[in-house]
Ligand binder design. Sequence first.
Ligand SMILES: [Zn+2]
Length: 588
Amino acid sequence: MSLQRHSFFGIRLSSFLPSAASATLALAVSACTTAGDTEDTADLVLRGGRVVTVDAALPEAQAIAIRGDRILFVGSDSEVDAYTGRGTEVIDLAGRLAIPGFIEGHGHLMGLGQSRLQLDLMATASYQDLIDLVAEAVAGAQPGEWIVGRGWHQSKWDPAPDPSVRGFQTHDALSEVSPDNPVFLRHASGHASFANAMAMELAGVTADTPDPDGGEIIRDEAGQPTGIFVETASALVGAAYGASRDSMTTEDLQAERMRALLLAQEEAFSKGVTSFQDAGVGVQTLEMYRKAIDDGDLKLRVWAMVSASLPNLAEVLPAVREVGYGESRLTVRAIKAYSDGALGPRGAWLLDPYDDDPGNTGHNTVPLEDIEAVVRLALQHEYQVCTHAIGDRANQAVLDIYAAAFAEMPDAAEDVRFRIEHSQIVDPLDVPRFADLGVVAAMQGIHAISDGPWTPDRLGEQRTLNRAFQFRGFIDAGVTVMNGTDTPVEDVNPIPSYYGTVVGRMNNGEVLNPNQLMTRMEGLEAYTINAAYGAHEEFSKGSITPGKLADIVILSQDILEIPDDQILDTRVDVTIVGGEVVFTRQGG
Ligand SMILES: [Zn+2]
């Protein structure tokens, strides 16, 4: 175990100097070449912009030359001419910002893809909006085909639904536009769902169906189900939907999963994400990723944390291990572990009781002995461990487990870069322990905005200020902080999550923890070089440096310079992975 701080600049000294040297060398060679295309001629040149490299050796430049999947040269517009031949494609940055491709530090790729297969109802502003979207889906579906969706929230609607029962809409208007298709739509919270008449009929739900344990079928004055199913009652309709899927062939299911994967990739590229750290993937999904890479379909770089149950883990780890498979498209050498639940449902494991539920301190969801066993296996098999911990007690318990294992196996623990996923509520006394143990804080800036408004309800004002979302505290203590979105819980778009770390203004106009914000540059590092570091990939990713993979994003505006209130309007114009343009924004 290394006791040194794993800071950003710590990385630079060891791994960036050779790159700077190679840049100088490349420049010297190119000065001797003539007009014809040579091995110093770039395939792609970006010029005429502001290139922020996230590399201290040359922090800023105007132009980038790319050959094959690697960055060949970074420098001025006049210098890049030497790399531009007849066969070189040139992109005029026209003053725009080019940065290293965003690395999603913690998301769920198949979850993102599955959500793309469903109707996205998050943006519905009224019940009529929802009905219109379903009507559109019905028009494109075969009779009998299920229409599924997620993300509606009746209290966000204006006007409020009418008629309504207990604030929820009733199914009649929905059933009218979908007479021949069962419809099943999850609430934004995941704690309720909404079904039409045909779905209820297939599920066998009538006025006589009793409420299941832990759930409720909402009924109108006449006792008829209104289409709203709360908590466990959702499973009544869910089972009918599941049964319809049971009759699908294996080929159909595989084809659907592949479609979901490629939709997730499309979404990631459109948001400037070039690498994706996938937080908990099973063995079969890994096989599908490999196939998609072999077929040339998966170009997004995936760094997967394997999830497997403990009895199988010793067998699984050596079998699935993979580093840089398919031209650096897939790496598997990390394990996803869990220690507690989430703050919203008061499942995060706290040192002191919830402010709005005295007597409840949340809970430890996986026995600590099991986490200890996973950690030992990881050290034996040269895997990282990435443990989900939200509450301060969970974070402390995980640090204790890591520390004990590192002390037990010091050689295996050298530079292992174990992580804590979320690191959301942490005792300030535990913050320096992250640095001492070399533990990476894999946080999500967007949660400071989305969960922020109700965090003080759970924790109280003082505990929120002292312990929640300590971006600044971690950085000042020398901890590597990385960013991500936990998509599909949140949009995979890095811009709002970056905004969450550097501005943090919530929808209610307030900033949850103004003392904990990052600088703009630190915010960019959290999404690039730090995320690469958290995956042992800073040698090939995370900065625009000669020799590294040519993963680059061009933004519509300069997120390092524009006023706070303009950051969220930023769009991704171009996404480049391994020198290939994989996304170009159409239209204005
Ligand atoms: Zn997650």
